[in-house]
Design a protein around this ligand. Structure first.
Ligand code: ADP
Length: 476
C-alpha cells in the first residue's frame, strides 16, 4: 500500500540500513521455512550504534516535548496505516494467529500515542524550602542513551513499550530484538524513519546476543538498559550493568497463579482462563501458569475449562480459524513436552479427549491432580498446558501462590468483594486480574516484584523510568 519498504532485512544504524558479512537465518515457526537472512552484527557495529545514538541525543533531547510528541504521533499513525502488513510479518516470524498479530500491532501503537501525550506532562516541582532565602526546584531530564533488549513473544509491543517512553522523554535508543523475530523490528525501524524521527534516534542491531549485550551493558555511554525476557538472562544483564551503574528496567518471568473460588462466576472464570492461558499459545510472561481451584467448584470448572480448550483450533497463524499457532521453536516444544512428561510421571492426569502434538503444534492440555514437586508448577511453561491444583481455603491458596520466587501477575475469580481485596493485597505480584484474564493495557503500570523484575512499563509511571530528577537549590 505504500512506498515504504517494510522488509529492509538490514540493521538500522544512524539512519542507514546496514548489511552484514555474516547472517542469521529467520524461520517461520509453523513450517520451519527460511523466510529471511538478517545481519549477524557484533561488537564493532554495536559500538557504532551507541555512538550514533549519543550523537543524536542532544538534538532530540533539546526539542520541545510537543515536537517529539508530533513525531511520535506521525509514527503511531504510520504503524496503524500499515497494520495488516506488519501483522503478516509478525505472524510469519513469530507464529501467532493473524488476529492476535493485528491486536499486537494496535497494542504496540497504543504505547506510542500514550507516551506522545505523556511527553508533554513531564512536569517538575517547586519544593517549599527550609530556609527563607532558598528556593528548590526539580526538573526532569532524559537519562540519555538507552539500550533495549527484547523478546520474541511480542516482537512489536515489547519494542514500542520501551522505545515510546524513551523517545518521549528525549532519550535515544539502541534496540536488540530477539534473533527469532528481527523482521518486525526492522519494519518498525523503517516506519520510524518514514515518520521523520531523526537518524540515530532509533538504532536496531541484530546478531550474537552475548556480543551485542556485552557491549551495550559495558558501555559507559549507555545510561539505561530496559530488558524483557527470561529471569536467567535478566539477572545476568543486571550483573553486567553493575560496573557502570546503569538504570535498569527488567521485565522477567512470571509464574502466574489463576485462582478460582467456589463462589466464582463459572462462565467468567472459564473465559478468563482461556484468555489468560492460551493467548499467544501460552507464550506470554503473564500467562496463567498454575491453576488453583477450590474444592466445591473444582470438578465442574475443570470439565468446562477442558471443553472450552478442546474447541480451540490449532494451526498456522495465517489460517483463518486458528486460535493457537505453533510454539516458537523446537526448544520450546522440547521444554513443554518434558514438563508434561514430568507432571504425568508424578501423577497428573490429562482431562478430556487428547489431541497429539505434531511438529511445533502442541494442542491445549488441562492436567488435573497437579501437586507440589511437579516442575510445571515451579517453572514457566510457555505453552498451552494448564496444571490444576485443588485447594480448600484462602490461607492455603495464598501460601501456595506466594511460594513462587516470581511475582508478576495473578488472577482471582470470586464474587465476594471482601475476598477479592484480601487476596489482591496478599498476593505478592505486580498485577492482579480480578474476574478477568486480560490485564495488559498501555494506561496501567505493567511489571513485577520479587524475581519478576524492576520498574514499570506503560502508564504515567512508565515515563519516569526514562527520566532523571535534577534538583536546583537557589540562594536568593
Ligand atoms: P528466551 O529464553 O525466552 O528466548 P531470553 O531471555 O534468552 O529469553 O531472550 C530475551 C532476549 O534476550 C533476546 O533478545 C535474546 O537474544 C537476549 N539475550 C539472551 N541472552 C543474552 C545475553 N547473554 N546477553 C544479552 N542478551 C541476551
Amino acid at each position: 500500500m505504500s512506498a515504504i519498504d517494510l522488509r529492509p532485512d538490514a540493521c538500522l544504524i544512524d539512519g542507514e540500513w546496514r548489511a552484514g558479512e555474516r547472517w542469521l537465518d529467520v524461520h517461520n515457526p509453523a513450517d520451519n521455512r527460511l523466510i529471511a537472512r538478517v545481519p549477524a552484527l557484533g561488537a564493532r557495529e554495536t559500538q557504532e550504534a551507541i555512538a550514533a545514538a549519543a550523537r543524536a541525543l542532544p538534538g532530540w533531547a533539546a526539542l520541545p516535548a510537543s515536537a517529539r510528541a508530533d513525531a511520535l504521533m506521525r509514527y503511531h499513525d504510520l504503524i496503524l496505516a500499515h497494520r495488516d502488513e506488519l501483522a503478516c510479518i509478525l505472524t510469519a516470524e513469530q507464529g501467532k494467529p493473524l488476529a492476535e498479530a493485528r491486536g499486537e500491532i494496535g497494542y504496540a501503537a497504543s504505547f506510542i500515542s500514550w507516551f506522545a501525550a505523556e511527553a508533554m506532562r513531564a512536569y517538575g516541582e517547586i519544593i517549599p524550602a527550609t530556609q527563607a532565602d532558598r528556593r528548590i526546584m526539580v526538573i526532569k531530564q532524559p537519562v540519555g542513551v538507552v539500550a533495549a533488549i527484547t523478546p520474541w513473544n511480542f516482537p512489536a509491543a515489547m519494542i514500542t513499550r520501551k522505545l515510546a517512553p524513551a523517545l518521549a522523554a528525549g532519550c535515544t535508543i539502541v534496540i536488540k530484538p530477539a534473533e527469532q523475530t528481527p523482521l518486525t523490528a526492522f519494519a518498525l525501524g523503517a516506519l520510524a524513519l518514514a515518520a521523520g524521527i531523526p537518524a540515530g534516534v532509533v538504532n536496531i542491531v541484530t546478531g550474537d546476543p552475548v556480543a551485542i549485550g556485552g557491549v551495550l551493558t559495558a558501555s559507559p555511554t549507555v545510561r539505561k538498559l530496559s530488558f524483557t525476557g527470561s529471569t536467567r538472562t535478566g539477572a545476568l544483564l543486571y550483573a553486567q550493568c553493575a560496573p557502570t551503574v546503569k538504570k535498569l528496567s527488567l521485565e522477567l518471568g512470571g509464574n502466574a497463579p489463576f485462582i478460582v473460588f467456589d463462589d466464582a462466576d463459572m462462565a467468567a472464570a472459564v473465559e478468563g482462563a482461556i484468555i489468560a492461558k492460551f493467548r499467544n499459545g501460552g507464550q506470554t510472561c503473564v500467562c496463567a501458569n498454575r491453576f488453583y481451584v477450590q474444592d466445591g467448584i473444582h470438578d465442574r470448572f475443570v470439565e468446562a475449562f477442558a471443553a472450552a480448550a478442546a474447541a480451540l483450533t490449532i494451526g498456522p497463524g495465517d489460517a483463518p480459524d486458528t486460535k493457537i499457532g505453533p510454539l516458537v521453536d523446537d526448544a520450546a516444544v522440547a521444554k513443554v513436552t518434558a514438563l508434561i512428561a514430568d507432571a504425568k510421571a508424578k501423577g497428573a492426569v490429562p482431562v478430556g479427549p487428547q489431541r497429539s502434538p505434531t511438529g511445533r503444534f502442541v494442542p491445549p492440555m488441562i492436567l488435573s491432580g497437579a501437586a507440589a514437586g511437579m516442575r510445571m508448577l515451579e517453572e514457566e511453561i510457555f505453552g498451552p498446558v494448564a496444571p490444576v491444583v485443588r485447594f480448600t481455603d484462602e490461607a492455603e491458596v495464598i501460601g501456595l501462590a506466594n511460594a513462587a520466587p516470581d511475582g508478576l501477575a495473578a488472577y482471582i475469580f470470586t464474587r465476594d468483594l471482601g475476598r477479592s481485596w484480601r487476596m489482591a493485597e496478599a498476593l505478592e505480584v505486580g498485577m492482579v486480574g480480578v474476574n478477568t484474564g486480560a490485564i495488559s493495557t498501555e494506561v496501567a503500570p505493567f511489571g513485577g516484584i520479587k524475581m519478576s523484575g524492576l520498574g514499570r512499563e506503560g502508564s504515567r509511571h512508565g515515563l519516569d523510568d526514562y527520566l532523571e530528577l535534577k534538583t536546583m537549590t537557589v540562594a536568593l
